[in-house]
Design a protein around this ligand. Structure first.
Ligand code: 6PG
Length: 242
């Protein structure tokens, strides 16, 4: 199990600064190696502060392709849309858009068709066989929920086990809309994973995610299957015990 590296920032402000600097650094690293940087973003509240700092920085967006790890089955203008939130906090403030800004077709009906369409788009953009191994993103930015979910892979959901597809349609559940999400296979294929988390409520889930155990209980344990670099980038409040 890849427990990754734990990096701790003093507070949320320092976390956002560190994350944004890391984000740009990894773009340059990927572009230097392959001429393009392909990153996938998660939603939730934590990335917002990083996006705000990124909006003030110079970054190689012309050589960067931006995709989404997951999104809710809502229109992009919905406050629940991960694409909408990232656009409001970052992409709408840039002087020019990234080379590719590929929202998930989250309002497709049936949602299964949206999952298949996004997988086809990834295969086309990466120039790989849609029936083959998943795309290898340069960086997959993840969060972790208080319940130990990551992406839209939630405890007890069948989606946690589904490695048959690159992108999954995740049915609605109690208090949660339907979503599209990278599968465990696509997450594990990443060259780099950065898990961005802040606040005391993440302390326990992070500790569980970095320990051996059942991914059905704590789906963020799936991050440990990544053979690439894994960084847990947290603030002091979220620092797990030991
Ligand atoms: C989503 C996210 C999700 C998120 C965690 C953490 O669409 O909800 O992709 O996996 O990363 O829920 O969210 P917070 O940053 O709000 O704690």
């Amino acid at each position: 199990m890849n427990r990754g590296e734990l990096l701790v920032a003093a507070d949320p402000r320092a976390l956002a600064q560190t994350a944004a600097t890391m984000f740009v650094s990894f773009l340059h690293e990927a572009i230097a190696e392959r001429g393009v940087a392909r990153v996938a973003l998660s939603g939730g509240s934590t990335p917002t502060a990083m996006f705000a700092v990124l909006s003030t920085m110079v970054a190689p967006w012309a050589e960067t392709e931006v995709y989404w790890v997951d999104d809710r089955a809502v229109p992009p203008e919905s406050p629940r849309s991960n694409f909408g939130a990232a656009t409001a906090a970052l992409f709408s403030k840039l002087p020019a858009s990234p080379r590719v800004l590929a929202p998930m077709p989250a309002t497709a009906s049936p949602l299964t068709d949206g999952a298949a369409a996004y997988a086809r788009e990834l295969a086309a953009r990466f120039g790989i066989d849609p029936a083959g191994a998943p795309p290898r993103f340069d960086v997959v930015w993840l969060g972790i929920g208080d319940d130990g979910h990551t992406a839209s892979l939630f405890p007890g959901d069948a989606a946690v086990d589904d490695a048959s597809r690159w992108v999954l349609d995740v049915p609605a559940a109690e208090g949660r809309e339907a979503r599209l999400s990278f599968s465990r296979a696509t997450i594990a294929a990443a060259r780099r994973i950065v898990v961005l988390a802040q606040g005391a409520s993440k302390r326990g889930p992070i500790a569980r995610a970095r320990a051996e155990g059942d991914p059905h209980e704590t789906p963020a344990r799936l991050i440990g299957a990544c053979e690439g670099s894994v960084i847990w980038l947290v603030d002091e409040a979220a620092r797990p015990e030991a």
